[in-house]
Design a binder for this molecule. Structure first.
Ligand code: C2E
Ligand code: CA
Ligand code: CA
Length: 571
């Protein structure tokens, strides 16, 4: 074998040790050692950046901080060159820890001889050459608290198999922290490492339990997200990761802002082996690097577009709330006995600067997913209370204002408290405020939901069960809840005359609700025929295009005025 020059950086505080290692390594036929001594931890970074080394000899006592952190730093700064640790402890004890922490090999200082040191150097060097030629992206094997390449591929393989069996989609997200070298240089490796760990912790909290997060390199993390079947799931994972990365991190009293690039490759679209998925996520990540700030790219363009659409929608919605683009429309509810407007349902609209009027079905789901429904929901209640107050002054006292409450709003543990504050500040007659909720809103945590309903009903607020008939619960199950009104879903009303079923269902709901002392509102009434049927069945109120569509506040005032005038006319 031809002999090569092998450049080795020796990290030890003692010159005698440096000289000893040099002596032990000289005189082997297959390589010529070129040793550089670095006695000061602060100089390591400079040396690694400006000079080239094939391997590092490192004594764990070289510096004061954690071994794992320093190994990690060496991996980043030294471009993953192999590190041979020379420790003073017992071999078995330390080997495992240091090798798990990223060292390529471990030797015991007390038992060091010409043969063992040369073997270790030769070995790591050969392995390095092999990996370089194989183009290994995760050259270094293991890193502290992180995962080694084999284990990572193993997990990815398992996840792929599960996805295959369950016919699910899986996403691999490759996260690379931008310009991490600069962070390390300005903060020092220990703080740089601290920063990555903090970020990793945040990411972990943002993920679901089934997702796994791994640190696969100095400034690289990977997430395996399973069961992400549509672009909504996918965008949710990406959104959470991006937002977890967006806030500055406190490291040793400094606020450090960092951006990252995310590359997403999905199974099956981007490949079905761990290697291909990682390569493609990596490629997407490099694409993302072109954008400023924390950005992401999907390997698959179509997915990029649809998930991007979701994320854009959520961002626009956040702005909408801030810049007053949301508006309430009001749809009257007519009492079938008196013909009077008993109340109005408040329905949200979004006056989008470019898209025009956007309907709730297009953005409420996004608001629920992102949690934005919570502040939006409070805005709706505030607005409704303001209108409720105004309506009495404008000559329409006693008008009920109904507001929709999403299941997601119950996730806010301060819900009852916040609603209480809003109505208290607005100083309204709470008996005129009605909250509409669906069965599913109560399904998630029935005990908690029940408690909320009780507390709010003690304030005088009443509750309506929305979209009734579409869920699974029976009214008798719900009778212990403070619900005073049932709204028959419009699908039943609109199927009247088409199938006999809907007639039976409507009849049954009305008679059961009445027997439980609940009133009934039928939604989606569009025709004379539907109205006549409902009247026959003693339905209490109706709401629908037949009488009025949802309308802006000034139009509602005109509508109410006209009906008042009609009511005053002699029959
Ligand atoms: P919803 O609570 O069932 O509201 C009734 C929907 O039926 C409204 O749709 C209304 O415009 C529509 N509608 C009323 N009469 C008729 C009719 O005769 N024919 C037909 N075809 N439709 C009729 P909209 O305003 O598009 O709202 C859709 C859904 O969005 C609402 O369904 C509600 O679930 C949700 N939503 C609206 N505003 C809010 C809000 O402020 N908060 C929450 N959480 N959800 C809201
Ligand atoms: Ca409703
Ligand atoms: Ca409804």
């Amino acid at each position: 074998m031809q002999s090569d020059n092998l450049r080795i950086l020796v990290l030890t505080g003692e010159q005698t040790d440096f000289l000893r290692y040099g002596a032990l390594l000289r005189g082997h036929g297959d390589f010529v050692p070129e040793l550089t001594w670095c006695p000061d931890p602060d100089d390591v970074g400079d040396l690694l950046i400006h000079a080239h080394f094939d391997a590092l000899l490192w004594e764990p006592t070289f510096h004061a901080g954690s071994e794992g952190g320093f190994l990690q730093y060496l991996a980043v700064a030294g471009n993953e060159k192999p590190v041979i640790a020379i420790g003073s402890g017992l071999e078995d004890e330390q080997t495992e820890r240091l090798v798990a922490g990223g060292a390529a090999d471990y030797l015991c200082k007390g038992h060091l001889d010409r043969w063992s040191l040369a073997r270790a150097v030769r070995c790591v060097w050969f392995r390095q050459q092999l990996e370089d030629s194989a183009g290994g992206q995760l050259g270094r094997e293991v890193a502290s608290g992180f995962i080694n390449r084999n284990l990572f591929f193993d997990r990815l393989q398992q996840a792929i198999l599960r996805a295959e069996r369950g016919d699910h989609r899986l996403a691999l997200v490759h996260i690379n922290l931008d310009d991490f070298r600069t962070v390390n240089e300005s903060l020092g490796y220990r703080q740089g490492d601290e920063l990555v760990l903090r970020l990793a912790e945040r990411l972990r909290q943002a993920l679901r339990r089934v997702d796994s997060l791994m640190r696969i390199g100095g400034d690289e993390l990977a997430v395996i997200a399973e069961n992400v079947d549509d672009s909504i799931d996918l965008s949710q994972v990406v959104r959470k990761l991006v937002s977890a990365l967006s806030d500055p991190v406190m490291v040793a009293g400094n606020r450090v802002g960092i951006t990252a690039s995310l590359g997403v490759a999905t199974f099956p679209e981007a490949g079905d082996t761990p290697e291909t998925l990682l390569r493609r996520a990596n490629r997407a990540m490099f694409e993302a690097k072109r954008d400023s700030g924390t950005s992401y790219r999907f390997y698959n363009r179509q997915l990029h577009i649809s998930a991007g659409h979701q994320l854009k929608l959520e961002e626009d919605l956040r702005n909408a709330l801030r810049s007053g683009e949301l508006e309430l429309y009001y749809q009257p509810r007519i009492d079938l006995i008196t013909g009077e407007v008993r109340g109005v349902e408040c329905l949200i609209r979004w006056n989008h600067p470019t898209r025009g009027l956007v309907m709730p079905d297009e953005f409420i789901p996004a608001a629920e997913r992102s949690g934005l429904i919570v502040p939006i929901g409070y805005w709706v209640i505030e607005q409704a209370c303001a209108r409720l107050r105004a309506s009495a002054d404008l000559g329409f006292p006693g008008l009920v204002f109904a507001v929709n409450l999403s299941f997601r709003q119950f996730h806010d543990r301060k819900m009852t408290e916040t609603i209480f504050r809003i109505i208290f500040n607005a100083n309204v007659d709470t008996s005129l405020l009605e909250l509409e909720l669906t069965e599913s809103a109560m399904m998630h945590d029935p005990d908690y939901a029940q408690r909320c309903l009780r507390e709010l009903s003690q304030l005088g607020i009443s509750f309506a069960l929305d979209d009734f008939g579409t869920g699974y619960s029976s009214l008798t199950n719900l009778q212990h809840l403070p619900i005073s009104l049932v709204k028959i879903d419009k699908s039943f009303v609109q199927a009247l005359g088409e199938t006999g079923d809907s007639e039976h269902i409507i009849r049954a709901i009305i008679s059961l609700a009445h027997s439980l002392q609940m009133s009934v509102v039928a939604e989606g009434v569009e025709t004379e025929g539907q109205l006549a049927f409902l009247r026959d069945q003693h339905c209490d109120e109706v709401q629908g295009y037949y009488y009025a569509r949802p309308m802006p506040w000034p139009a509602l005032l005109d509508f109410l005025q006209d009906r008042n005038r009609l009511a005053c006319l002699p029959e």
